[in-house]
Design a protein around this ligand. Structure first.
Ligand SMILES: Cc1cc2nc3c(=O)[nH]c(=O)nc-3n(C[C@H](O)[C@H](O)[C@H](O)COP(=O)(O)O)c2cc1C
Length: 194
């Protein structure tokens, strides 16, 4: 993905993994990147549960703009709005299903639909376990429609010390995936005891 100076649209839905969205905003803030934020109603519940009110408020503070998920007239609802990428982190099976089947019931679904129709980068970070056949089919449908599926499956080969480091590594790689350079991200050097 090519880097541009356009803003990033981050949507947070009600799947487990709120720490990822908080880290995502922190790293992009440190890179001086503008991030616009939409949090679904279920996303607010899970954020407050997993990163507490302080983490949720920190995200609101870091966002350049925050849109209500029921505001279907907001800027991201139009295909003419310009962005570097939209990232849904984490993405519930419900939001995945709405995107895969084109149901624009809230601003997150509608914005994702616009990204697909305009052939702009849309990255879904689905989180659920185990996956049923509908989940798997919907991931394939979304991918066939143009979405990039980047599952919340962190690697352990760089031996993260704690959850914080694990989340930072996972999110750092995601941010590189959408076109940024993240300093300090350990790149696999091929060195292993054989
Ligand atoms: C604590 C908690 C954790 C949840 N974790 C997940 C999850 O990991 N994946 C998922 O698909 N749904 C999960 N859900 C269910 C979704 O939040 C629910 O389906 C919701 O309607 C999704 O709405 P949204 O996609 O608009 O955020 C969780 C719900 C709660 C309360």
């Amino acid at each position: 993905m090519e880097h541009s100076n356009r803003p990033i649209l981050l949507a947070v839905t009600g799947a487990s993994g709120a720490i990822y969205s908080l880290k995502f905003m922190e790293i992009l803030r440190d890179l001086g990147q503008e991030v616009h934020l939409i949090v679904s109603e279920a996303g607010k519940l899970v954020l407050r549960l997993e990163v507490e009110e302080g983490g949720y408020q920190a995200m609101i503070q870091m966002a350049y703009r925050v849109y209500r998920p029921d505001d279907l007239a907001a800027v991201p609802a139009s295909g003419s709005s310009r962005w570097q990428a939209m990232v849904i982190l984490p993405c519930t099976m419900g939001t995945l299903a709405s995107i895969a089947h084109g149901f624009s019931q809230n601003l997150i679904h509608r914005a994702a639909d616009c990204f697909l129709k305009e052939h702009r980068p849309l990255v879904l970070v689905p989180r659920e376990t185990p996956l049923n056949r509908t989940h798997l089919r919907n991931m394939l449908l979304a991918q066939e429609a143009g979405a990039l599926i980047y599952p919340a499956m962190p690697g352990f080969y760089s031996r993260p010390k704690d959850i914080d480091e694990m989340a930072s590594l996972f999110v750092g790689k995601l941010i590189e995936f959408i076109g940024f350079r993240v300093d300090g991200l350990r790149v696999w050097d091929g060195k292993i005891d054989r």
